[in-house]
Design a protein around this ligand. Sequence first.
Ligand code: APR
Length: 229
Amino acid sequence: MSKKRIVVLTGAGVSAESGIKTFRDSGGLWEEYDIMEVATPEAWERNRDLVIDFYNQRRKQLYEVEPNDAHYALVELEKDYDVHIITQNVDDLHERAGSSHVMHLHGELKKVRSSVDENLVYDLEGWELKPGDTCELGSQLRPHIVWFGEPVHMIPAAADLSNTADIFVIIGTSLNVYPAASLVSYVRPGVPVYLIDPGEVNAAHIQGVRVIREKAGSGTRRLVEELRK
Ligand code: APR
């Protein structure tokens, strides 16, 4: 018998216990930095060095942290289910924990790309992208990140995947950023939806959702145990 499919949508909260800051919580990154100054194409045009440095700091930190219980519990779930993760995160903690299918909606911190041809994507060696580092066409390399105002190319594939879920799980996202937050609307009626988050996430529009108001580590572990019984 083929395994049931679980699609998991994750956000910054799944990596919080690894020591990576979320964006919109108090003390989050968007309190410390102005989104418009570091995460938009306009910021890139105006102040490349600041944008490069912002992502260098994020990338440097990524080399210092490890996956947590939530990432590992999702790997364990693969023993009984066909698990597909759709993440808004640009870290690689799901991959490092060992998840087999991870789709990144908003790019990947450890990759960089040409600023004139978005198809020229490269693995960056080490954490530091430098002003003056160029692609094979000679243009400055930029972070491989989907900035505010840029199209999210992975959305059609993520929507199709969400539509095939037998169970849908949402972990650690404020569901504030679209189109990622709209993926749950592609889940078929009647499919169980679980939401794990210690904060108050507005889930009123999600039909039949079961909210598990816990941190990702303990909440995911508990749900995984329950689903594997
Ligand atoms: N476990 C689980 N969830 C947590 C934890 C934790 N330990 N700590 C905080 N959270 C929850 C918060 O309650 C909040 O609901 O994680 C969520 C984080 O929300 P945001 O900071 O808005 O992050 P996210 O939803 O991933 O942001 C989406 O916004 O800036 C962009 O591109 C960036 O991908 C990001 C997108």
